[in-house]
Design a protein around this ligand. Structure first.
Ligand code: SER
Length: 889
């Protein structure tokens, strides 16, 4: 049975039994605790936790999943894949253990002819959680599985959770006995290669807290209802139903293996080592394509790293098998072909997927060979030094300069019997990151040395930010830097950096630009603040210029921000949140924020999207945002624990480092996001949001730019004025403009073509009279003439050839025409065959002419072209050509 058929049957079976079919979610999880979706239940997590009311009591899905903890096992065992499809059926407070067990049994054992999978009941073995008497009873008494084929197992294998706080519960697994060829008997408790797990039924009824591993975590309590979450590995069932030994040989992966054998010239099944490599290639390339399809791009962190690692692992294995040419294009192509049947969006997005994959291969191939040499050298040195640990700085060099993911270095070292000083490697990575951060800060502050700021922080603690509520207030100068160096005082005209004990000034951060404004001191000094930064955490530095008076440390004063600017920035920032939510609603969770800038009256918002966002979607998003404005939603901020924020569904950027306490900005019932920025109080203050369009700023990342409030109004007013001018010009209503203007453009194009035709005709009309005027020079028909100025080179050439064609072929002929265009003389000369037989070559004649014209030229013996600098020399050039003909003929 083909994989696609397994999927169809799965969905049909449960749909017929009252389950809503839910399409696979993106591999990029909308869940800050996860890098990638590892299980079918992920999209349903809020329903299990009771955070969101489920829209249906039962659901069925086939979810794309990626798991990489067992990456080293890929290819070696029979059933580890980094990408797989989890078939799941779910009940949210509807049926529970008995329903799940009987449905599973029915589907697995029903004959193929009746829509089932036709597995023999005696090959199925069951495991239940150690104290789950109820599950055992149902399997034994309701289904009729003999007691000896039901085994009890502990928490590590039969109690399921996501590995992080969240829903969990005991589970019961269905295992298939593949027979004595795969190992000794005794059931899944003894041997999980022979008795391979195909389906896990989780009785999701508890909520767990934080803890390590699969067993060490507290149960916090019951979930609001008793639920079912099941997961059947599509690839594993395919392996059984297709009668193959491992999941790599099932229909959708086998074709990738076959392509890899073709590309490497290594046969599959000949040798264990190369078989493993071929399986790794097939598995990893498929995962890579699926990840890229969902918008992941290779990188050094997070999901990007997962993708980079598996792609580079695949590419290296291809090289080990002997391929020397790039292969990713061909492998991507087969994966797209087979997976595209189930995920058609891969095919519509084919170009982008290929581009990303090929770019990663090209980048890696550039450094793979050199990096491998470095590694080999390091291995030799390590051994020579009598050690078995590759130094961390070598791993760092390989990572930093040669693009070797650390895991690849670990693997390659292990192949040579060495370990790697990972701690040393990570220390160097940390140091590098710190350096990069310091550099970035230095760019902002202009000073690489941060000690001055640190001294101030040590002496006076963190700056208190009052700007969430206040736009002005009293403050005391606690630090002053001139030229990046702490100073006790500064005088009029000096550029300074001022640190206050408390400030209403927002320091640039989280995409929001800094406030500007003034600080007046009791000493009479006035400082104009032009920029505000936080070069070290907690220290707000006001950069500006002393306009009058003297600034001294310790002086008291009054700080006031430019309120108009702040309000315009706040409008932009709130609009950014609305845009983020509206885009997510329209495009799904892939449209996660990738960056933003909130400036007065305008913002830009970058987000993940595998393809361009169609104009119609953008229009809808814009409309939705503006509708929200009119709903006058309150914008509120609240500080809470990270866990609580997450439970409330606040959007957080994965990979961001948040403290234990976070600030959550809520816009009515529409948006909730972790954010430290300043916002409006009510959406009505925004007035209007106008999206200006959308563009690509890198693979898988798009950018919208937009205007807010008065700026949006002014933009629309300007556009309106232009439209008015146009309607006056074309005398039509605004909605008729596109049609009228495109009509005009079409007419214009038509007219241009007509003119072109006339011009060409006119030039050719001259041909007859020119041919008739041929003079005999030493037995050669010579046409030498100057045609009207401004004739284009192409037209001149056409004319020359036309004239030549009019002279009978048996008569030697030379046609030499001249023109002057833009003050430059130009000539085209052609000879016919009879002339060439007499040694008259167009190229030579053009050189003669061009010399007279003060220039150069050349071409073939039959036709050539030249030009020069001296328009007044055309007659002389003509005479020179005539002389040359007379001499040579
Ligand atoms: N969530 C369970 C698993 O991943 C069953 O779907 O195995």
């Amino acid at each position: 049975m083909e994989s696609a058929e397994i999927r169809r049957r799965w969905l049909r079976f449960f749909e017929e039994r009252g389950h809503t079919v839910v399409p696979s979610a993106s591999l990029i999880a909308d869940d800050p605790t996860l890098l990638l979706v590892p299980a079918g239940m992920v999209p349903f997590k809020p329903y299990f936790l009771g955070e969101v009311k489920p829209p249906y009591p039962r659901a069925v899905s086939v979810q794309k999943c990626v798991r990489t903890p067992d990456i080293e096992e890929v290819g070696k065992t029979t059933r580890h894949g980094t990408f797989f499809q989890m078939c799941g059926n779910f009940s949210f407070g509807d049926y529970f253990k008995e329903g799940a067990v009987t449905l599973a049994w029915e589907l697995l054992t029903a004959p193929v002819a009746d829509g089932g999978f036709g597995l023999e009941p005696e090959k199925l073995w069951i495991t239940v959680y150690e104290d789950d008497d109820e599950a055992e009873r149902i399997w034994r008494d309701v289904v009729g599985v003999p007691a000896e084929r039901i085994q009890r197992l502990g928490k590590a294998s039969n109690f399921w959770s996501m590995g992080v706080p969240g829903p969990c519960g005991p589970c019961s697994e269905i295992n298939y006995d593949r027979g004595p060829a795969f190992g000794p008997e005794g059931g899944p408790a003894v041997n999980d290669e022979r008795y391979v797990e195909i389906w896990n039924l989780v009785f999701m009824q508890y909520e767990r807290g934080p803890g390590e591993g699969k067993e060490d975590f507290p149960i916090l309590g019951d979930l609001p209802s008793k639920n079912i979450d099941t997961g059947l590995g599509l690839e594993r069932l395919a392996m059984i139903l297709q009668g193959v030994r491992n999941m790599y040989e099932t229909d959708t992966l086998r074709v990738v293996i076959d392509k890899a054998t073709e590309l490497t010239g290594v046969a599959y099944g000949a040798d264990h080592g190369s078989d493993v490599a071929l399986r790794v290639i097939a598995d990893h390339m498929r995962t890579a394509v699926m990840l890229i399809g969902d918008g992941v791009t290779p990188g050094n962190e997070g999901r990007g790293y997962v993708l980079r690692r598996i792609m580079r692992r695949a590419i290296r294995n291809v090289r080990i098998l002997g391929a020397t040419e790039p292969v990713v294009g061909d492998l991507t192509d087969v994966v797209l072909k087979t997976m595209g049947q189930q995920y058609p969006e891969l095919l519509t997005d084919r170009k982008r997927v290929e581009t990303v994959a090929l770019a990663e291969e090209a980048a890696f191939l550039k450094t793979l060979k050199a990096g491998t040499n470095i590694l080999d050298g390091a291995v030799t040195e390590t051994r020579a030094a009598g050690s078995t640990v590759l130094p961390g700085d070598k791993a760092f060099l390989l990572h930093d300069t040669w693009g070797f993911p650390i895991d690849l270095t670990l693997e390659m070292a292990a192949e040579q019997g060495l370990t790697v000083d990972e701690e040393g490697f990570r220390r160097l990575m940390r140091e590098q990151r710190e350096r990069a951060k310091a550099d970035a800060r230095a760019k902002k502050t202009g000073h690489a040395d941060l000690t001055g700021y640190r001294e101030i922080a040590d002496a006076s603690g963190s700056t208190v930010f009052t700007g969430y509520t206040d736009t002005e207030g009293e403050a005391t100068v606690v630090g002053l830097l001139v030229g990046g160096v702490p100073s006790p005082a500064a005088v009029e005209g000096e550029e300074i950096e001022l640190v206050l004990d408390r400030t209403p000034f927002y320091a640039e951060g989280g995409g929001q630009l800094a406030d500007t404004g003034r600080v007046r001191l009791d000493t009479g000094a006035v400082v104009e603040v032009r920029d505000v930064q936080q070069p070290v955490p907690g220290v707000t530095v006001h950069k500006g210029i002393v306009q009058v008076g003297e600034v001294t440390v310790g002086a008291g004063g009054y700080a006031r921000i430019d309120v108009t600017r702040r309000r315009a920035i706040a409008r932009a920032h709130s609009a950014t949140h609305l845009t983020h939510q509206a885009l997510r609603d329209a495009l799904g969770p892939t449209a996660a924020q990738a960056g933003s800038e909130n400036a007065p009256g305008r913002f830009r918002f970058d987000f993940g999207s595998p393809a361009a966002v169609p104009g119609s979607v953008l229009t809808d998003v814009e409309q939705k945002i503006n509708e929200v404005l009119a709903r006058e939603l309150d914008v509120t901020a609240e500080v809470m624990g990270l866990e609580q924020a997450r439970r409330q569904g606040a959007i957080a950027e994965f990979g961001e480092k948040y403290g234990e306490r976070v600030r959550v900005v809520t816009i009515g019932d529409f948006s909730k996001e972790l954010c430290g920025g300043t916002h409006v109080h009510n959406t009505a203050q925004l007035g209007l949001v106008k999206l200006l369009g959308e563009s690509s700023i890198g693979a898988g990342v798009r950018r919208v730019e937009a205007l807010v409030g008065v700026d949006a109004y002014q933009f629309l007013a300007r556009e309106h004025a232009v439209v008015s001018q146009l309607t006056d010009l074309v005398k039509g209503r605004p909605e008729e403009l596109p049609e009228k203007i495109s009509g005009m453009l079409a007419k214009l194009r038509e007219a241009e073509k007509e003119i072109e035709r006339f011009r060409a005709e006119k030039v050719l009309q001259a041909a007859a009279s020119l041919a008739a005027a041929a003079r005999d020079v030493a037995g050669v028909a010579l046409v030498g003439a100057r045609v009207p100025d401004g004739t284009a080179a192409d037209d001149l050439r056409r004319l020359v050839l036309d004239v030549r064609g009019r002279i009978p072929g048996d008569r030697p002929a030379v046609v030499a025409l001249f023109t002057v265009a833009k003050d430059r003389p130009l000539t085209v000369i052609a000879t016919n065959e009879a002339a060439r037989e007499r040694g008259l070559k167009a190229g030579d004649l053009v050189r003669t002419a061009a010399t007279a014209l003060g220039g150069g030229g050349g071409g073939k013996p039959d036709v050539a072209q030249g030009g020069g600098q001296r328009p007044e020399a055309v007659d002389a050039a003509l005479a020179a050509v005539e002389r040359a003909v007379a001499e040579r003929a």
